[in-house]
Each structure stands twice: as structure tokens, then as C-alpha cells.
Design a protein around this ligand. Structure first.
Ligand code: SAM
Length: 208
């Protein structure tokens, strides 16, 4: 069981996770990324909070995560009578692009939120996302700006956020072009000393 399997059961109980998904959904709408013809892939979907908010605005949505616990939570929601009818275009998939083959290509939009900083082999994952993107399609990344490691407190993660310029370079090396970024939101976390730390989250977009 990994840390996310353990966190999956109570993930949806945290208001900040819903707020983040809501804000990102709004920003994607504002950017004109969502449309009824779009085939969308969300990587690192967690319990599906973002995917399930935008599903009715797109043609098809495949949501993937490497945590069995997260995918189980999402699948349970998809099976529930109150969701089932409106979510026929949504599929939850267990997938780790660091190890697994990419899905078949043909996605107009690839989304990922607060996931890439957990990915060791970033370049391998970006290349597989590129393979899965349609020509003219867009890749949208919401993640932490570079920070000092305190966001995850004692836990160590592969990337303490990202320098947007360096991430844009990685995207261009994977094949994407026309990268652009903007501030998405600020997150607040208490330090072990009881102080409040601020962390900013960007939304970076790129085209294939
Ligand atoms: C901080 S959570 C964010 C979940 C969701 N996107 C959200 O914003 O609520 C990071 C997610 O990335 C997933 N993840 C981490 N490494 C991954 C990998 N290599 N492949 C796919 N998913 C991964 C975790 O299982 C977890 O669900």
C-alpha cells in the first residue's frame, strides 16, 4: 500500500481538494480547453474530483492514477446511482506512465494536477503524454512553483515544485511547443512550528 492508497479513503473529506478542483475546472473553461468534441485524459486523477467536475463538458474522459486506492474510490463514485447516468463518458484506469506503456493516442487535452512533482522520471512521462496527444492538442499542468521542500513536511518527493522555465524546457524536449503559464492559486500549510507557509500553484499549458 502506498501513501496515496492510504490517503484515498479520506481524500474527498478535505474541502481544499474540492476547492482546487473547482478552481482548476474554471480556469480550464476560461482557457477554452473544454468542449463537447474533446477527448480528455487526466493523469494522476486521485479520486476523480477534477474529472468528474468537467466530464459533462467533454466527449470522453479517461482518468488515470497509479494508486489502486485512488482508482477504487473513483470507481465507487462512478458506480453510484447518483453519478452513473451522467458519467457514462468517464473511465477510471490504473496506470503509471513511469512503467506502463502509454494508452492509445488521440487525446485533445491532457490534464494533470499536483501529480508531476511525485514523478521521478519526468521526461519519460512527458514523452508518453506527448505520444498520446493529438496534433493541435493541449497539455495542461497545474503544479507547485519551486519551493523549499516544506510543502510535504518530512516526506521527500522527487521535485520540490517546479521552476516554470525549466518545466517548459522539459516540455519542449518532449516535443510540445507554445508553452505559457499563469498563477492558479495559493495554498496555505502550517509548519511544525505552527507558522503558516504560502505555496503558489501555476497552470502551465503547451501545444502539440
Ligand atoms: C497530490 S495527489 C493529487 C490528486 C488529484 N490530482 C487532486 O488534485 O486531487 C497526486 C496523485 O498523483 C498520483 N501519482 C503519483 N505518482 C504517480 C505516477 N507515477 N503515475 C500516476 N499517478 C501518480 C497519486 O496516486 C495521487 O493520486
Amino acid at each position: 500500500m502506498n501513501q496515496f492508497d492510504a490517503a484515498a479513503v479520506t481524500w474527498d473529506q478535505q474541502a481544499r481538494h474540492h476547492e482546487r478542483a473547482e478552481l482548476l475546472a474554471k480556469s480550464l473553461r476560461d482557457l477554452g480547453v473544454l468542449n463537447p468534441k474533446a477527448r480528455v485524459f487526466e493523469y494522476g486523477c486521485g479520486t476523480g474530483l477534477l474529472s468528474m467536475k468537467i466530464a459533462s463538458e467533454v466527449k470522453e474522459l479517461v482518468a488515470a492514477d497509479s494508486s489502486t486506492g485512488m482508482i477504487k474510490e473513483m470507481q465507487e463514485k462512478l458506480n453510484a446511482p447518483e453519478y452513473r447516468q451522467g458519467m457514462k463518458n468517464v473511465k477510471a484506469v490504473l496506470l503509471d506512465l513511469e512503467k506502463d506503456e502509454p494508452l492509445e493516442s488521440g487525446y485533445d487535452v491532457i490534464l494533470t494536477s499536483m501529480t508531476l512533482h511525485h514523478v521521478k522520471d519526468l521526461q519519460a512521462v512527458l514523452k508518453k503524454c506527448y505520444q498520446m496527444t493529438n496534433n493541435g492538442g493541449r497539455f495542461c499542468i497545474a503544479d507547485l512553483d519551486e519551493e523549499d521542500g516544506s510543502f510535504h513536511r518530512t516526506e521527500s518527493v522527487p521535485h520540490n515544485g517546479f521552476c516554470r522555465k525549466a518545466l517548459s524546457k522539459c516540455l519542449r524536449e518532449a516535443g510540445y511547443s507554445h508553452t505559457d503559464s499563469r498563477a492558479l492559486m495559493t495554498l496555505y500549510r502550517e509548519t511544525p512550528d505552527g507558522e503558516e507557509n504560502e505555496f503558489t500553484v501555476f497552470l502551465l499549458t503547451a501545444y502539440k
